[in-house]
Design a protein around this ligand. Structure first.
Ligand SMILES: C[S@@+](CC[C@H](N)C(=O)[O-])C[C@H]1O[C@@H](n2cnc3c(N)ncnc32)[C@H](O)[C@@H]1O
Length: 286
């Protein structure tokens, strides 16, 4: 999980922690201002860039997630294995990853199956692992995907939709153009302990579920809350053990920040204020 700290708020992998007037980015009309967008991009570039190059971070990910690759999400190997088995990609298939980060997931899917991949993200191109000719990268805003010439069979998005201001149109478009379906991993956190917000935590009540429903996109869900909760605990134990290695690489600041985020995530689960789901969307057959 990644925390982007601004003067009066923080975003955990994109979910805004409200303070006073603050609201979540996703699902409301008052989208972030330009300054905040630039800051968020800058934060992601810095973290993803530095940690993608970090040997200590790869060791950490192997221990925590179960796969040796730099991941910036809340996917353990059970989720990743399920994704792979459920997609069952053929070499002729192309997978589009919305908010793909450094491209680790696409590269992994390609190594397993020989499928092709297209990643879209706002990160500068050099942060994307371009060593694999089967995977291409498009720098851009996923909410403008309709305007790009992108053809794919399957759409995935892992811990990235939180950043969208109005993802409905983009999701509708991908729904019509993903002949083998869509797989959206999404965690919902309640930063304020308000009883009336509890329904947000149900699979039918998250901001993503509301958007899918209001756009006529049918879905099924799988609850991965236990997996995410365990990831926080494992990450915290492992981060402390790797502290020295991160320090030697000059990445101590990132790791101290990550410890804070993971402590908050763990606390939210302990207080029953967090849930994680996979939203699985079958192809639109009409
Ligand atoms: C938490 S990271 C997840 C990265 C990747 N999906 C993974 O699993 O490792 C969120 C990603 O979303 C990207 N992102 C945020 N807003 C975006 C937008 N409007 N269009 C494209 N990418 C965006 C960020 O740059 C970041 O790489």
């Amino acid at each position: 999980m990644f925390l982007v700290i601004f003067a009066d708020e923080c975003i955990m992998i994109g979910k805004t922690k409200p303070s006073g007037r603050r609201k979540e980015v996703f699902g409301l009309n008052d989208h972030p201002d330009q300054r905040k967008e630039r800051s968020t991009k800058g934060e992601f570039s810095d973290k993803i860039g530095r940690l993608s190059r970090s040997e200590a971070y790869r060791n950490f990910c192997e221990e925590v997630y179960g796969y040796r690759m730099a991941l910036f999400n809340m996917m353990d190997c059970e989720q990743l294995d399920f994704l792979y088995q459920s997609i069952a990609p053929a070499p002729a298939d192309t997978i589009l990853d919305l908010g793909c980060g450094n491209g680790s997931i696409l590269n992994w899917l390609n190594c397993q199956s020989g499928c092709k991949g297209i990643g879209i993200d706002q990160l500068d191109c050099e942060l994307f692992d371009s060593s694999n000719p089967s995977i291409s990268y498009r720098k851009g805003d996923m909410e403008e995907i309709q305007t790009y010439e992108v053809h794919s069979d399957i759409t995935i998005s892992i811990d990235s939709l939180y950043f969208c201001k109005q993802p409905g149109a983009m999701l509708r478009y991908r729904y019509r153009n993903s002949r083998k379906g869509m797989y959206l991993f999404y965690s919902q956190y309640l930063f304020e302990n308000e009883a009336e917000q509890r329904e947000l935590l149900q699979s039918e009540g998250t901001r993503l579920a509301q958007t899918l429903k209001s756009n006529g996109i049918p879905y099924t869900t799988i609850d991965y809350s236990k997996n995410e909760r365990m990831l926080y605990t494992r990450a915290l134990d492992t981060l402390r053990a790797y502290r020295h290695a991160f320090e030697q690489e000059g990445n101590l600041d990132l790791i101290e920040q990550k410890i804070k985020e993971d402590l908050l995530g763990k606390q939210l689960y302990e207080e029953g204020r967090a849930r994680r789901y996979l939203y699985r969307i079958q192809p639109d057959i009409e």
